[in-house]
Design a protein around this ligand. Sequence first.
Ligand code: UT7
Length: 330
Amino acid sequence: MGEISVGILGIGSYVPEKIVTNLELEQKIDTTDKWIVERTGIRERRVINQGQATSDLATKAAEKALKDARVTAEEIDLIIVGTVTPDMIFPSVACLVQQNIKAVNAAAFDLTAVCSGFIYGIATANAFIKAGTYKKILVIGAEALSTITNWEDRNTAILFGDGAGAVVLGEVSPGYGIIGLDLGAEGSGGHLLNVPGGGSRMPVTTESISQGLHFIHMDGNEVFKFAIKIMGETVNKALANAKLSQEDINCLVPHQANLRIIQSAAKRLGLPLEKVVINLDKYGNTSAASIPLALDEGVKSGRIKNGDVIAIVGFGGGLTWGAGIIRWGK
Ligand code: UT7
């Protein structure tokens, strides 16, 4: 008997209603709509209301994905949530979602790979299903980055937003589904993008808060250089793993961090921008949620069709990165 083919049975996403435009940021910090659009491509982002949290977004995305897949919550064997903004340190967002959707037969855990969290989650779920351990797995990328963003720091406040995307993974027909993967990490670059306070190294104190150590800290230029280099490399490795080449890609679904990074990746992969799903103008960088949010948009808008070869690719804090090649369909 050949190996099981694992693919996406259904997909869903959710963003909170509240919109923060560049013009609103102009009122608060020393920046302009023009600068933000020219340097990043972002025009607005979604932000949770007080009282909302990551698991609320994750639950709504999960419910949509289950409906799209025509799979019941009871059929789910495992829930994996990629997030760096859990509702609290523990329990995990995955356990909160399990309770909300009543996935009573599912194991549940969160996974930390920052903006690569969704791809790490897909790779983990793929391995569990291929091994025969589980049949149906919910993989969710969900973030409320607005809660760890310093809204007075123009280097980061312009970039981030909140949202969630989810997929149900399971067995698909031979030839379809995940056909290539690549994951990587470079811990030596961890200091380039981090939240230094609030963990065991630097627990929360009034001093850590007054120093803003509970917020995202980023060396934007270094992360930019890293992103430009790694996006093409990791897609090429995943393509080699799938025994395909750049010309075979019908659609690229990249992590939505900066339009200039996406343009550079497309160029390196020899892809015209028409083959790239871009929605960061509306949502900014939603970390682990950005790829499933873009993938859902690509599918629902009809741009991604049955039989298409899709490349998903992300990079982020850790440093981490990853890419997946998927032949769309069941
Ligand atoms: O998921 C991964 C997370 N992170 C990323 O992907 C971030 C990757 N990095 C980036 O996207 C870019 O580096 C940024 C968008 C963060 C910054 O863009 P940049 O083109 O690298 O700008 P820069 O930091 O080199 O700054 C250029 C100028 C500076 O002024 P001077 O020194 O030339 O006078 C900055 O002070 O722009 C200034 N600047 C701003 N001006 C208006 C920096 N931030 C802003 C701002 N508004 N928000």
